[in-house]
Design a protein around this ligand. Structure first.
Ligand code: ARG
Length: 581
């Protein structure tokens, strides 16, 4: 089975082009979905000059040469477009072929490719903020989609678990033995928020008390030189924080596991070699006692080339060195073909510099693609960066709680007869789903505003709308439960609403391939939303269970394929598809 009607139609038009003018063999048939027919080809316009004919004439020749089969009608329109109508039996054949397969006949275009995805990456002893939420949700969706298409996905959670700030925090904890921060000492508060609070207190003490500042610096040295007592506390801080992150990961139902954690400290033993290699390659130079790489392209506000700092004057390594080490490790040891960094847009310059240095050092073979999958800022309803009234960044837990609370009210209104336990679990699943969907459905490069009311609404392009659409189809299918699998008759006629739904369903694989190429999950959201609406139009126009055969079987197959598509699509977004709502 080829993977879509779009691909079959493209092949038919490509054959027509080659038959009309053999010199054009192999040209892109430029087939796209169309408003005026099922598909449209702009090839004649693009190829007219090469063919030495006016586009209208070339289009007419191609139209005459397209063999009947998948296409029932080929018509020239406008200055030389081809409007293409798919044969009814071809639509039914595709429905029949796909509904029978557990994999829905989806393509495996990413097979054989290893993709490393760096996402989530919160900082130890600090609250995760909404930027980490975006990274977590977008990265997780990309991991799911790429894996679904056959890629060998390696997840990397680049935790911020190293740096001089830990010296200060560990020293402070040492001097405040009564301070509670381990999960078993806390009532309600998470370990990360306790540690975040204690770190801020440590910082204030550091600025105010030179004695403490000196002891903190000594503690940094102890940490870096592997002093066992200091390392033991650091390990515990990391473990407590990771456990708190994990609670959020569980609630968000993301794929990240402890095995995916490769934090900054993981690269410590590789940093000296990174600096050495870059120095020997002549890419890194010594400047003011530090080892740096000056960019060949990027200049700062003063017109001077921007540096990456590899080793500070005092011998310390930082974020820049670590990221050079990640790139080198991912190419050499993880054998990545594609490396994605799902990190907010403010770090764009950093990733350009890292990629540039790696390229100059010869670390990036030409087949390896490095992409900063960047995203914008989350804004509050007032259009300013999202904060609490007190001006703090909002914690993720409280944000999800707010969405779930709101969802509980929406669910109660929609279905007052649900028992409280069921209502609670549906509220959790739609509330969390609403946050994820809101995140994924906007173009990731844009800033988006966090508007809980809009997110949990069941109307418009929202997570709740899709989950509800799925539950409705599930209810229809329950009424045909126990029946043998519907038999599709390709010779049956095709209602326009059946055609629209059939074509929409068929584009699932094309859409996933598009998400894999552009790394833009919102394309999947738009697709699912359009498909759910095509289903509504179909269901209004075409009775299913009461229709006579062969219509009933064909329509039931459409219902089943729609349900399977929405379920799979929601799963790829990392969302649950409830059978009842
Ligand atoms: N921990 C960093 C932060 O919170 C994000 C790390 C992203 N990944 C990377 N390889 N730099 O900003």
């Amino acid at each position: 089975m080829t993977s879509s009607l779009l691909i079959e139609v493209s092949a038919a038009v490509a054959d027509g082009i080659a038959a009309a003018d053999p010199a054009l063999t192999g040209a892109d048939p430029l087939v796209r979905p169309s408003e005026r027919a099922d598909f449209q080809s702009g090839a004649a316009l693009a190829l007219a000059r090469r063919a030495g004919r006016p586009p209208g004439e070339l289009a007419a020749r191609v139209a005459a040469q397209v063999r009947p089969g998948v296409l029932a009608d080929v018509r020239v329109s406008g200055p030389g477009f081809l409007e293409l109508t798919v044969a009814a039996d071809a639509v039914w054949r595709r429905v029949a072929g796909r509904v029978a397969r557990p994999d829905l006949g989806l393509p495996r275009g990413e097979a054989g490719r290893r993709v490393v995805i760096d996402y989530s990456a919160p900082n130890i002893a600090k609250e995760m903020h909404v930027g980490h939420l975006r990274s977590t949700i977008i990265g997780d969706c990309l991991a799911r989609v790429l894996a679904r298409l056959g890629a060998d996905v390696v997840r990397q959670n680049h935790l911020g678990d190293w740096g001089t700030q830990f010296g200060m925090l560990i020293q402070y904890l040492d001097e405040q033995p009564g301070a509670a921060w381990r999960h078993d000492e806390l009532a309600g508060e998470s370990s990360v928020s306790a540690l975040d609070r204690l770190y801020r207190a440590a910082r204030a003490r550091f600025d105010a008390d030179p004695g403490f500042a000196g002891r903190s610096r000594a503690r940094v040295v102890a940490l870096q030189s592997g002093d066992p007592a200091t390392i033991a506390v650091w390990r515990e801080i990391v473990a407590e924080s990771e456990a708190a992150f994990r609670q959020l990961y569980d609630r968000l139902d993301v794929l990240l596991t402890p095995a995916d954690s490769a934090g900054e400290s993981f690269y410590n033993e590789r940093l000296a070699a990174v600096v050495d290699e870059l120095t020997r390659a002549g890419v890194a130079v010594v400047s003011d006692g530090a080892v740096v790489v000056f960019s060949a392209h990027e200049v700062g506000p003063d017109g001077a080339p921007v540096p990456l700092i590899l080793r500070k004057g005092d011998g310390g390594y930082g974020y820049d060195t670590t990221d050079l080490a990640t790139l080198r490790y991912r190419v050499r040891e993880l054998h990545a073909d594609r490396i994605l960094y799902v990190v907010d847009a403010r770090q764009a310059l950093h990733f350009r510099l890292v990629a540039e240095a790696a390229r100059r050092a010869g670390w990036l073979p030409s087949g390896v693609e490095v992409v900063h999958v960047s995203f914008g800022t989350v804004l509050g309803p007032d259009g300013r960066p999202f904060r609490t009234r007190a001006g703090d960044t909002v914690t993720l837990g409280s944000l999800l709680d707010a969405a779930v609370d709101r969802a509980r009210a929406v669910v109660a209104e929609k279905n007052p007869s649900l028992d409280p336990a069921a209502a609670d679990s549906i509220a959790e699943l739609t509330g969390v789903g609403a946050v994820k969907y809101a995140e994924l459905s906007t173009s990731r490069t844009k800033d988006y505003s966090f508007d809980v009311d809009r997110m949990v609404s069941f109307t418009g392009n929202t997570g709740g709308y899709l989950q509800y659409a799925y539950a409705r189809i599930a209810a229809i299918l329950r009424r045909a439960e126990g029946e043998p699998a519907p038999v599709v008759d390709p010779a049956a006629d095709l209602h326009p609403a059946e055609r629209a739904l059939g074509l929409a369903l068929d584009a699932f694989g094309d859409t996933l391939a598009d998400v894999a190429a552009t790394l833009e999950p919102h394309r999947l959201c738009t697709y699912l939303y359009d498909t759910a609406r095509a289903f509504t139009d179909f269901y209004e126009a075409c009775p299913v269970l009461t229709a006579p055969e062969p219509r009933r079987g064909n329509r039931l197959a459409l219902c089943r394929l729609t349900a399977a598509t929405l379920r799979e699509g929601l799963a790829l977004l990392g969302m649950a598809a409830p059978e009842r709502m």
